[in-house]
Design a protein. Structure first.
Lengths: 254, 254
DNA sequence: CGCTTCTTTGATTCAACTCAATGGATGTGG
DNA sequence: CCACATCCATTGAGTTGAATCAAAGAAGCG
């Protein structure tokens, strides 16, 4: 392991939920000023984490949740033979690390896809103060519950959908998440590689690449490297739902 | 909808965690006598639920967690077109319904695979008393966290494993769960249909059937209808991990 | 500028699916 | 008790969507 692979040292940078523009999306949602302040005492910020650096690894001693403040994060698990399975991608306002509680260690790993900052909340602390703040406990349950629902849907997509439907669903999902953050729903940058997309969706990199080409040929998207423009959202939506007439190749021009 | 499809009316049968033989596996794990009693006040039991009857549906008004006391339960979601995706199977001591919290309704449905009894805990009540009992809050977080880890692993199996590896993993997982309940790890009954197994694992019923036949031909299992005997657990384990030499057909005899 | 990493594209293969038919078990009503 | 229907499972034949194998182009980096 070279230096660039070392785990971030979370310095004692004070975070500040009270003034954070993501508070409505994030953990402190629904808290009053007084409780928000309590939360501020246990939440720590991070220095910028460079692309490719780990936020945590499964064998870390330090158990915590992490809220993405800026940038993006990929979370993955490894099987016995070291094969990687990406579990999810996380953007600002989203929280990761809920898996850690059961076995008192993270069962997964988290790595920054670009320069990223996060806030961290040690597991014991959240346990403590969410017992004192009912709304926080509620929000914790909600967030974990949402995480479960998300995985359920992912399972359905992977088990029941074609490669084309999976990729369209992925692109549309990213679009809506970026939109919620106030960015364009039509144009965004993919922070992850084709490899990562394929791994997440249960496809090979070649299939992902071919599908991007096909979507572009059919006028659904414009893609250039990692810059993506969704040119025909209605059709992309219909592909997600399995009505993919226009997704099909009618390339009589070929 | 005919009468047999009506949702169970959860009568006010008092449950009794204090005397339940599943308490070490279930929600009350780690609670002292006094707190166990508090829990007893909010947990209700059910009359037996017949095979094929729903325990809850997504559109139920009644939001609760359910702990399986006897029998078995299948949990599934439906997509827009009504297609079913099974999310999990649940056995005694296991808890379902964690998905309900976020959107204030269950995003999934639960149906009894055989005559089943469950205990139910309304969501507001658990919220209330887990704020009072730190160990219970902790146990809730743990159970949800475990659920997430389970789904992560399922995702890996479905995305990265062959049909053969998936089925072997499924059979071995059931074996270990039954074993924890004090039953044989080598012989058990499958409470679900081939269809259900296939749906869960992302395979067709024909593929599942062919694999059962193949495993039997290779001496790994004995299967008769839904009665299963795992004759060669070591080899089954090695198939799970992708070292499936003996799983391969060397049927020179054919 | 050479090296590596990422992506695209083409040719070919194969694991699992689809379609089709049969068999066994269970249930129902005459 | 049998005839018939239904449901579930098995087995076979043929197809196909995505994987694998292979090669080359484009971009990033020290």
């Amino acid at each position: 392991m070279d230096k660039s692979e070392q785990i971030i040292d979370f310095s004692k940078i004070k975070a500040n939920c009270s003034n954070c523009n993501l508070q409505e999306l994030c953990l402190p949602r629904g808290l009053n000023a007084k409780n928000m302040e309590k939360l501020d005492h246990v939440v720590k910020g991070s220095r910028p984490i460079q692309k490719g650096q780990h936020i945590f690894r499964g064998d870390d001693g330090f158990l915590a949740f992490y809220a993405v403040r800026s940038g993006s994060v990929k979370v993955y698990i490894l099987d016995e033979s070291g094969e990687e399975q990406i579990i999810g991608f996380y953007f600002p306002g989203e929280i990761l690390g809920f898996d850690a509680i059961e076995e008192h260690k993270h069962s997964c790993h988290a790595i920054a896809l670009e320069t990223t900052t996060v806030c961290s909340i040690p597991y014991e602390k959240i346990n403590e103060i969410s017992a004192q703040i009912p709304q926080l406990q509620d929000q914790m349950f909600r967030l974990m519950s949402r995480e479960l629902s998300k995985e359920n849907k992912l399972l359905l997509i992977i088990n029941k959908r074609s490669a084309e439907e999976r990729l369209a669903t992925f692109l549309v999902s990213l679009s809506s998440r970026f939109h919620k953050l106030g960015y364009s729903a039509k144009e965004y940058n993919l922070p992850m590689s084709r490899q990562d997309i394929g791994n997440y969706l249960g496809l090979t990199i070649e299939t992902v690449s071919r599908l991007f080409t096909k979507f572009q040929r059919n006028g659904l998207i414009d893609i250039n490297k990692r810059t993506l423009c969704l040119k025909d959202l209605p059709t992309l939506h219909s592909i997600c739902n399995g009505f993919s007439e226009k997704g099909k190749d009618n390339n009589s021009a070929a």
